[in-house]
Design a protein around this ligand. Structure first.
Ligand SMILES: [Zn+2]
Length: 406
């Protein structure tokens, strides 16, 4: 449908069928019938790890290699200036693409967490009103059974926009393996979260090994602790390699628990079934269609950008969507799939959805130089017009030439 709209200040004050708004005397922009979208939301990122790729050596093949590389980088470079510059660069990149809200996981090892969270809090204030920022602690799940886990929960609770995160891997394991006492470890975390009224955002089963599958235990923990609608699970890769009846029963349990799932296709394609010199056979992505069939909220998100887990990316949800069309076979449901870039992640972040453009709402929108979804998928849309709070963003992307070697 062709529309005209009127923006006054930072508000969209009118939207009507084309030709119905009197624009005489106004400064106007002819959108030429191009697609007009609300601003976008990226609900799973790692901006503290991001933008280190130029100073990391050759990348290995495994998840463990990626973790070792980022740990070495952290020990060498992660002072206040470095973290601030890389996080800010990442937020600027997202903003220039039309992102109005972003959640980041923050590596929260003892000795690192306070500094990284302090920088996050500072940036949250700086970007207030332009990009809504949330942060979630990223540590192996067994950390919450230690005294430091309690301190970390206090830190997240004391930070505006803070949540309790975690990776379903133990501190002593180099790789994902099935955790026998997962119920006990989840209980420890869920109790800390509940006591502080924190929501939870987990990295779950980032592996294609079918015997490493904890999603069912997470759903049971949500039900046990009555945390319905407060838990987000990212990745869920090994869901896709379970027998069909298991997929069905576990997703039914997730639906009952009100779990939301974040699909992270680019990092999963890169890191799963990865061996140097061998063509990957498995896609590594979650069972997106089956999740949607159960009406479970699901979002697409960036995950790692320009680090050892994924050396590419630019915080552009639209680019993730474009690639997801082929990865997940979204061509039969293109229009419906757009919800994974706005309304669904907004629901997960608990913020007002920018699901649709409506009169009286914030004038934050994107004009795409395309007349159909097909054209949007066919071209990269790097020339989109981004309008945030009524202002066109003309800065564009920050230059990659910026140095992060403080
Ligand atoms: Zn992640």
């Amino acid at each position: 449908m062709l529309v005209d709209l009127r923006i006054e200040g930072d508000k969209l004050v009118a939207i009507a069928p084309a030709g119905k708004i009197d624009s005489s005397g106004d400064s106007s922009l002819d959108l030429q019938g191009f697609h007009l979208w609300p601003s976008l939301i990226d609900v799973h990122t790692h901006i503290d790890k991001s933008q280190v790729i130029s100073r990391i050596g050759p990348l290995g093949a495994s998840f463990a290699n990626a973790r070792e590389a980022i740990n070495a980088d952290r020990k060498k470079y992660w002072n206040r200036d470095d973290i601030l510059a890389r996080m800010d660069f990442s937020i600027r990149s997202a903003f220039a693409h039309g992102v109005c809200a972003l959640r980041t996981h923050i590596d929260s090892y003892e000795g690192q967490a306070e500094l990284s969270w302090e920088v996050f809090a500072e940036l949250r204030k700086i970007w207030n009103g332009r990009v809504t920022l949330q942060a979630t602690s990223s540590v192996p799940i067994d950390v919450y059974s230690t005294p430091y886990g309690r301190k970390l929960a206090d830190l997240a609770a004391a930070t505006e926009g803070g949540l309790l995160g975690g990776v379903l891997r133990r501190s002593t394991d180099h790789n994902y393996i099935f955790i026998e006492n997962i119920d006990e470890l989840l209980d420890a975390q869920f109790i800390l979260a509940k006591d502080r009224n924190l929501s939870i955002d987990l990295h779950v089963d980032e592996t294609v090994a079918s015997d490493i599958f904890h999603l069912e235990q997470v759903a049971n923990a949500v039900i046990r602790h009555k945390m319905h609608g407060r838990v987000v699970c990212g990745h869920c890769c090994s869901l896709a390699v379970q027998p069909e009846d298991k997929v069905e029963s576990v997703l039914a349990l997730c639906a009952e628990a009100g779990i939301a799932i974040v699909a992270l296709p680019l990092a999963n394609l890169y890191l799963q079934d990865r061996q140097i010199g061998r063509t990957p056979r498995l896609r590594g992505v979650t069972a997106l269609h089956e999740i949607r069939a159960k009406k479970i909220p699901v979002a697409l998100a960036s995950d790692n950008v320009r680090d050892s887990f994924y050396p590419f990316g630019d915080y552009d949800p639209l680019e993730t969507f474009r690639q997801s069309v082929a990865i997940y076979h979204l061509d039969q449901s293109l229009g419906e799939s757009l919800g994974m870039l706005g309304p669904m992640p907004a629901q997960m972040m608990g913020i007002a959805p920018q699901a649709s453009l409506s009169a009286g709402g914030q004038a934050s929108l994107i004009v795409l130089r395309a007349h159909s979804l097909n054209e949007i998928v066919c071209r990269p849309q790097i020339d989109r017009i981004v309008i945030m709070n009524g202002q066109e963003i003309r800065d564009g992307q920050p230059e990659f030439t910026a140095s992060f070697n403080f």
